[in-house]
Design a protein around this ligand. Structure first.
Ligand code: NDP
Ligand code: MG
Length: 381
């Protein structure tokens, strides 16, 4: 039985992970789980999964849990997240919180040489250099990607050797607004931006998918996870979301991973790798029903998220940290109705233009750049 810690159990990835565990016939056991605001759901999850440790973001949630489960080891806030990330008894830590708040817990898990099932891409974007430095130091720690594209790249890489790799092709659904012009996007509403054609996900990543900033974050994530130069990473729009990504080797062979758009599959694979397990909550891909698989180039004129990410990634150092932090605040402002959709790109552009990059090999520097960027965006937009 594998002991699993789920950071962000109340979110979309977290709930999918619990569905995997619920149907795993006892192969996995929840050791610990965390929520931020949704302590009601956390209470239900505690009832069903009987974890040994939990952490919650709010004082109200903390009190509610202590009252109902006085013997449960209950923690609070960012400190609680960090404690859960570093639990000795865990086999695997699933990082499924949204945003750069996952960095410290991921660092703790690396220091304890755990397997990290990484969904929280913002951590790899904002702190990729530091995470990679720590992985060199703590050799038994490992990151298995959960993000469907990176899980696909990881699996496709098994078809050849790293030194034979020519390029990585990240597929993108194109998001809600595929085919739209700048004019069309000027006045889109939050509700429209939240309608993703293929995937059901948390709000932040759904907005990121509609701006294609999500794909930009994934480009940086791929660079950091697989150590491929940006020149060897390509993005291809594939509206059906069946091919989750591909790699091309130097003999021109392309390896791809296909599957139904269901995050439960890459979540479980990150738990079981190198093994594969059946699970009754998975549905097979019906290839006959797939009339066609199509591909097209992304529209960089309208959706600037990918090119800005390439730019931030190539500059490196703290620029990806700024790209991520500015985007996190911009998305919040958009969700709160305080800025228009296209303003997100404007915020990214301006935050990057004003920043002078510094090395990001320690946490304090990353935190400083992250906070400074957030404050600047909040003060100016
Ligand atoms: P959700 O918004 O659905 O869930 C986020 C989770 O993180 C919730 O449990 C939430 O708690 C918790 N959380 C939010 N803010 C904080 C905070 N400040 N401190 C501690 N915990 C916090 O997000 P998703 O599940 O969609 O995404 C999670 C991560 O996985 C993201 O990094 C995303 O990019 C990545 N990902 C998601 C995919 C998907 O299909 N959803 C696909 C690929 C990657 P609460 O709800 O209790 O407030
Ligand atoms: Mg993805």
């Amino acid at each position: 039985m594998k002991m699993i810690t789920i950071l962000g159990s109340t979110g979309s990835i977290g709930r999918n992970a619990l569905e995997v565990i619920r149907n795993s016939k006892g192969k996995f056991k929840v050791l610990a789980m965390s929520a931020h605001r949704n302590h009601e759901l956390l209470l239900e999850q505690i009832e069903e999964f009987s974890p040994k440790y939990v952490s919650v973001g709010t004082e109200k949630g903390f009190e509610a849990i202590r009252e109902r489960y006085p013997d449960l080891l209950t923690y609070r806030g960012e400190e609680g997240l960090k404690i859960l990330g570093g639990l000795e008894e865990a086999d695997t830590v699933l990082t499924a919180v949204s945003g750069a708040v996952g960095i410290e817990a991921t660092i703790e898990a690396i220091k304890k040489e755990k397997r990290i099932a990484l969904a929280n891409k913002e951590t790899m974007v904002a702190a990729g250099d530091l995470i990679n430095k720590l992985l060199e130091e703590y050799r038994k720690a490992e990151i298995i990607p959960v993000d469907s594209e990176h899980s696909a790249i990881f699996q496709s890489m098994l078809g050849g050797r790293k030194e034979e790799l020519k390029k990585v092709i990240i597929t993108a659904s194109g998001g809600t607004f595929r085919g739209k012009s700048i004019e069309d996007l000027k006045n889109v509403t939050v509700e429209e931006a939240l309608k993703h054609p293929n995937w059901s996900m948390g709000k932040k990543i759904t907005i990121d998918s509609s701006t294609l900033v999500n794909k930009g974050l994934e480009v940086i994530e791929a660079h950091q996870l697989f150590k491929v130069p940006y020149e060897s990473i390509e993005v291809l729009v594939h509206p059906q979301s069946i091919i989750h990504s591909m790699v091309e080797f130097r003999d021109t062979t392309v390896m791809a991973q296909l599957g139904a758009p269901d995050m439960k599959v890459p979540i479980q694979y990150a738990f079981t790798y190198p093994e594969r397990e059946a699970n009754s909550c998975f549905g097979s891909l019906d290839l006959e029903k797939m009339a066609q698989l199509t591909f097209e180039k992304p529209d960089h004129e309208v959706f600037k998220g990918i090119e800005y990410a390439f730019e931030a990634g190539k500059i490196g150092k703290s620029m990806p940290t700024v790209f991520n932090a500015a985007n996190e605040v911009a998305v919040e402002l958009f969700l709160e109705g305080k800025i228009k959709f296209l303003e997100i790109y404007n915020i990214l552009r301006k935050a990057m233009d004003r920043h002078i990059p510094v090395e990001t090999l320690n946490f304090d520097t990353i935190k400083k750049v992250d906070v400074e960027t957030r404050n600047w965006v909040m003060a100016n937009f």
